[in-house]
Design a protein around this ligand. Structure first.
Ligand code: GLP
Length: 262
């Protein structure tokens, strides 16, 4: 795992977008794993700008989102389908038929989860998976104690998560209680993972995930097990990291990062 600290939230999002864009340029038919949440919004804003100004081409890309709430259809403004359409897909040249988000309205949720896993497999697997982190340390909606080998399935949401995301629904009482989420094992299967975390509110859980034990209590810690994971944070979120000197030194000296250093 590599950790890259950027001065601001904007710089962290821009670097994340540049890494995804580089993947798309190298492999125009890339399979992108995508995430939702306020943290990744500026990543999508940057990708849209790169599409318009630099001709970044998504026409052959496929996408798979991490999760969706159970019981919401894609027209619901708080659904992740709606989020993805409005924050990214409506503004780039992606074929919407190639964009995949679990169907939270499926009558057979178990079958939907299996089909989602199959679709990822049939696409050849995810080349690069974007992730955020929840206040309880989750990735996707893999709440504490999720199996680190789990696959796509329905998860009961943590009250912490319900409080965190209630704003999108006009109050915790209106929030769905369950979501379909890729499992930790599904996420670990992607070729590359890139987690973006910004802001002081995530600083403690981020430090636990990165420098604490590899454990189901904080499912983001599973990235320690991944063979090619990059975590990008801003200064505010880096507050509790102990190995800062090494992270900075590594980013500044590794040839792989030369094109990304400004
Ligand atoms: C939800 C999503 C996660 C995301 C998290 C963080 O819980 N399921 O994938 O990482 O929100 O959201 P935010 O960036 O708004 O803090």
């Amino acid at each position: 795992m590599e950790v890259i600290i950027q001065p601001t939230r904007e710089a962290a999002a821009l670097l994340t977008a540049k890494i995804i864009a580089a993947e798309v340029r190298k492999n125009p038919a890339a399979v992108l794993g995508l995430a939702t949440g306020a943290t990744v919004e500026p990543v999508y804003t940057n990708l849209i700008e790169m599409h318009h100004k630099e001709g970044l081409d998504f026409s052959l890309c496929k996408t798979f989102n991490l999760d969706e709430y159970v019981g919401l259809n894609g027209d619901h403004p708080a659904s992740y389908r709606y989020f993805m359409n409005t924050h990214l897909f409506d503004h780039i040249n992606i074929d919407k038929r190639n964009t995949h988000i679990p169907n939270g309205m499926a009558s057979d949720l178990k079958a939907e989860c299996l089909e989602y896993e199959e679709a990822i497999w049939n696409a050849g697997g995810i080349d690069i998976q974007l992730l955020g982190i929840g206040l309880d340390g989750h990735i996707g909606f893999n709440e504490p104690m999720s199996s680190l080998q789990s696959r796509t399935r329905v998860k009961q949401l943590n009250p912490i998560t319900i409080r965190q995301n209630a704003g999108y629904f006009g109050g915790p009482d209106k929030m769905p209680r369950r979501a379909i989420t890729m499992g930790v094992g599904t996420i670990l299967d992607s070729q590359r993972c890139i987690m973006l975390a910004t802001g002081a509110s995530k600083a403690e859980i981020l430090a636990e995930a990165i420098e604490g034990p590899f454990c189901a209590k904080v499912t983001a810690s599973a990235l320690q097990w991944h063979r090619h994971a990059v975590v990008i944070v801003d200064e505010n979120c880096a507050l509790h990291l102990k190995n800062r000197e090494y992270y900075d030194w590594s980013f500044n000296h590794q040839p792989e990062w030369a094109p990304f250093r400004t």
